[in-house]
Write a protein that binds this ligand. Structure first.
Ligand code: Q9C
Ligand code: ZN
Length: 655
């Protein structure tokens, strides 16, 4: 469906005319650097280019007072001294004779983007704008922001398109207090912001930026603040915030549109943010949002002052909007304690308003401390304690009920921290060439499979060599039948195409009786073909778990198995209900080629039993899989030296 890029060169006109160290970072090169890089990467050319228009007086009036709009209009004719005097009446603001024009273009760009997405002209898009918007208020400019571009777009989507639920994700490193004020009593706009806070010691120094500001009146629970109390937050911290806080609420909210206050001062190298997240992280954040609202994601630039980091991060965002797979994230995925504390305090503040958090809270309390005696995971400890040295512990101040930390060894993650990953891994190389020529292949065997193929999904004809297929099949009885063998040959061919970087994804059909053995062969084949790590997600009850090597190269996840069980950190089963409709393959094919999945609807919250099973597994697995942590029980097990410093290219400091 396509990605819009909304821009207008005139927005490079506004600039600081006098000396002001606080404001000088907001400069025209921010836009040109981002745009130049998009061109260099061939990304701009893949977008539908839209030339920004000016927002009208009425449109600005959706969120601003008429007096404020005419005040800004008058700056067009002021001299430098008057501009400077007026600027001084606001916090962190400069006006330029072109400010009114630029700010109207910035707001108009957001409106055009929303119109393009909501009329179905495009699936998603980015508005590259300045001045930014999220600090601006009904009658005040603030923090380089003149008109509140994202808030105007949200109000417009409600008024002109009749939307009822809009999610605003503000990943800028500053609190968008302007957006918060404008919608704090409005339950139709869910506003999420993370921001550098440092217990209130960072700009804009507001009490209402803390996690306990959750909205008011009808809007209680529709303001979500995640204050970062330390600098240096990185990829793991950002992804954890999405997985454990934003996404549960967003799924429950079920938005019709996602607006992103896309500030990149939260990226590594930025002088304002002092954070550590790499540009690739924004590909993942974007990708995580694309499962919402039928993929209708409108991103609008806010901050971002390190030109190199900004340009890269913008490219990552646009590339992901275009449907390219997200590049791997660097660094160990271990959220830091301060991030976990922040996420936990925001979850606690929001829990009264969100079912998804209530269920998790209950079960977390029960299962975090008392694992049921009938726990079906006998082999668990012995599997995990293999060759791992226990990490020295410091006393935890956050252990629930004051109990000492459990004396479990740290997981293999800790071991893996020492050697750097082999640079020449096949998959790591593949990531250098982002999009294979074929996006999705379908290797069907049985002609009776009803599958309406999306137009650009390719039907695979090829098969692996007969002798080779037979050799792989030999140890497995269930692969003896001709039908199973044919299916295996097609699957092996597909797998090779993927591992050689010719195909991005694919679907292969196999007879039900041969499913487990086929998966087993696929895993062995994948590993021997150069895959370093393989995730195998098996839906439904399988006859037997495959013959897995617990060497950390394969993560086996059975959804819809008989019982919740973690046989090792690499072998997990959960008994969630799996409805496999006849349309499943068709939906899979569409999602694999990049379409947004259908919305789950407002009642997508899991049943208490399912949540209980998942929380039980989380309790079992979180000492090893650090990204599962939401509570603070495992802090003693953090690997020393696990936080990687990113120096060199970004000139950053580890924390
Ligand atoms: N060193 C945006 O990113 N100055 N506005 C803070 C702390 C104001 C940021 C000073 C920063 C405004 C859109
Ligand atoms: Zn900012």
């Amino acid at each position: 469906m396509g990605t819009a890029l909304v821009y207008h060169e005139d927005m490079t006109a506004t600039r600081l005319l006098w000396d002001d160290p606080e404001c000088e970072i907001e400069r025209p090169e921010r836009l040109t650097a981002a745009l130049d890089r998009l061109r260099q990467r061939g990304l701009e050319q893949r977008c539908l280019r839209l030339s920004a228009r000016e927002a009208s007086k009425e449109e600005l009036g959706l969120v601003h007072s008429p007096e404020y709009v005419s005040l800004v209009r008058k700056t067009q004719v002021l001299g430098e001294e008057e501009l400077q005097a007026l600027s001084g009446q606001f916090d962190a603001i400069y006006f330029h004779p072109s400010t009114f024009h630029c700010a109207r273009l910035a707001a108009g760009a957001g409106l055009q983007l929303v119109d393009a997405v909501l009329t179905g002209a495009v699936q998603n898009g980015l508005a590259l704008v300045r001045p930014p918007g999220h600090h601006s208020q009904r009658a005040a400019a603030n923090g380089f922001c003149v008109f509140n571009n994202v808030a105007i777009a949200a109000a417009h989507a409600k008024q002109k398109h009749g939307l009822h639920r809009i999610l605003i994700v503000d990943w800028d490193v500053h609190h968008g207090q302007g957006i918060q004020y404008l919608f704090e009593d409005d339950p139709s706009v869910l506003y999420f912001s993370w921001h550098r806070y440092e217990h209130g010691r960072f700009w804009p120094f507001l009490r209402e930026s803390d996690a306990d500001a959750v909205g008011r009146g009808q809007g209680l629970g529709f303001t979500v603040n995640l204050p970062w109390n330390q600098v240096g937050m990185g990829n793991a911290d950002y992804v954890a915030a999405f997985l454990h806080l934003l996404l549960p609420l967003a799924f429950e909210f079920d938005p019709e549109l996602v607006l992103v206050s896309a500030g990149f001062d939260s990226a590594i190298g930025d002088p304002e943010g002092q954070m550590q997240a790499t540009p690739e992280c924004f590909a993942h954040l974007t990708h995580l949002l694309q499962v919402l609202a039928g993929g209708r994601v409108c991103a609008m630039l806010e901050g971002g002052y390190h030109l190199e980091s900004l340009a890269e991060s913008v490219c990552m965002t646009v590339q992901t909007l275009l449907g390219d797979p997200a590049p791997p994230l660097s660094g160990l995925m271990v959220p830091c304690q301060s991030a976990l504390e922040s996420i936990q305090s925001a979850r606690a503040a929001q829990a009264p308003y969100w079912k998804s958090l209530q269920l998790q809270g209950q079960c977390g309390q029960v299962l975090g401390c008392r694992i049921p005696p009938q726990a079906p995971c006998s082999g668990y400890d012995s599997e995990l304690s293999l060759d791992v040295t226990p990490v020295p512990t410091s006393p935890s101040t956050h252990s629930p009920e004051g109990r000492p930390p459990p004396l479990l060894p740290g997981g293999p993650m800790c071991k893996a921290a020492a050697p750097a990953p082999a640079p020449s891994s096949l998959l790591d190389q593949l990531c250098l060439c982002p999009a294979p020529s074929v996006r999705t292949t379908v290797a069907l065997t049985a002609p009776d499979i009803t599958l309406v193929l999306p137009p650009d999904v390719i039907q695979q004809e090829g098969s692996a060599l007969r002798e080779e297929t037979e050799a792989w099949a030999r140890p497995h009885e269930s692969l003896a039948r001709e039908e199973a063998l044919t299916a295996l040959g097609k699957l092996l061919y597909l797998l090779d195409g993927m591992l050689d970087g010719q195909v991005n994804s694919g679907i292969a059909a196999t007879p039900a009786s041969a499913a487990a053995a086929t998966l087993d062969v696929a895993i062995q084949r994948g590993l021997s073909h150069g895959a370093q790590r393989l995730l195998c997600v098996a839906l439904g009850q399988l006859d037997r778990p495959p013959d897995l090597a617990h060497d950390g190269r394969t993560l086996w996840l059975n959804i819809g198995g008989k019982e919740a069980a973690a046989l090792s950190m690499f072998h997990v089963a959960t008994p969630l209900p799996v409805d496999s409709t006849p349309q499943l393959a068709g939906i899979l094919a569409r999602v694999l080629r990049g379409e947004a999945p259908p919305s789950l609807g407002p009642s997508s919250v899991a049943s208490p039993e399912d949540v209980q099973a998942l929380m039980y597994l989380r309790g079992q697995l979180e000492p090893q899989w650090k990204m599962l942590q939401v509570r603070l029980i495992a802090e003693a097990w953090l690997c020393p030296g696990a936080r990687l410093c990113h120096r060199g290219r970004w000139g950053g400091q580890g924390k």
